[in-house]
Design a protein around this ligand. Structure first.
Ligand code: ZN
Ligand code: ZN
Length: 278
């Protein structure tokens, strides 16, 4: 455990990039071997769009990183935040509680809010417009959304009172888990279902990418599935019924063109065609 802490205390940027690139490569190979769907799509064109958004996400996070570093050191120096207020405990328990809190505020909460506040949904919708979900979809976030998510990550660090090594550990796990649950891979149903009791499994997150409500507004989790189960946002849908995308943007010229995707937040907003009653 101490090795993990010291590694993540000073993880070089090159290693963080390696985790991202290594993860995409690994899941891309697995997708080709055990695909969930045989998707007829231009894989490189699709990857090009999503990798563009991954790079803009990295740039936003890099520029704003100092805010996280300052927040983490302020909380530990001033004994602020839930982890600082809890009694002494074994380091593994401290780590799990910290990761759960970062996941709640920096991932579940922001994701839930992005679905409920129209202005934020304008940016988040780019993630949902993807009609071919694969491992590259994981970081398909409009730069505006990357900023929103970053601010909630900082809020999570403040509330949790987590040290910086834990933030780096969380972010590295988040990259891998997100690539895993977006990957176009088919796990045995029973294994996927078993995993969904602990983590956001591939089938669980795919339901979030079904094109109509109420499925779009469900399964907001990132790493841990407990938050969806606790707050009643967990929904299942058989994978043979899945249709990826979002009903307001199903035209390829809208959801598969980089220029349009960048412009969507500034276009006239559209309401979902399907109601929650369907
Ligand atoms: Zn979403
Ligand atoms: Zn997703």
């Amino acid at each position: 455990m101490n090795e993990i802490i010291s590694y993540f205390s000073s993880i070089p940027s090159s290693h963080r990039s390696l985790i991202l690139v290594g993860g995409i490569t690994l899941f891309w190979v697995i997708e080709n071997t055990f695909p969930l769907f045989q998707m007829q799509y231009k894989k490189w064109h699709h990857a090009g769009i999503n990798i563009f958004f991954t790079i803009t996400t990295i740039i936003v996070n890099f520029i704003l990183a100092f805010i996280l570093i300052k927040t983490a050191s302020w909380t530990t120096e001033n004994n602020f935040g839930i982890l600082q207020w809890l009694p002494e405990m074994p380091i593994w328990l401290y780590t799990i509680i910290g990761l759960l809190l970062l996941d709640l505020v920096g991932a579940y909460l922001v994701h839930f809010i992005e679905h409920k506040i129209k202005f934020l949904w304008r940016f988040h919708i780019i993630h949902h417009t993807d009609t071919w979900i694969d491992t590259t979809t994981a970081n398909r976030h409009h730069p505006g959304e990357s900023v929103i998510r970053f601010l909630f990550t900082a809020l999570g660090v403040l509330i949790a009172g987590s040290p910086m090594w834990m933030v780096f550990l969380y972010q590295s796990l988040s990259v891998i888990f997100s690539q895993f649950n977006h990957a176009n891979i088919s796990l045995p149903d029973k294994l996927d279902f078993f995993l969904s009791y602990f983590i956001v499994s591939p089938n669980m997150h795919k339901v979030h990418h079904h094109y109509v409500l109420p499925y779009t507004d469900s399964n907001y989790g990132n790493i841990f599935s407990v938050w969806d189960r606790l707050f009643g946002t967990y929904i299942t849908l058989s994978k043979d019924k899945l249709v990826y995308g979002v009903d307001t943007h199903m035209l390829p010229e809208e959801n598969n063109q980089l220029k349009n995707l960048l412009q969507i937040p500034f276009q006239k907003s559209r309401s979902a065609k399907n109601t929650k009653n369907q």
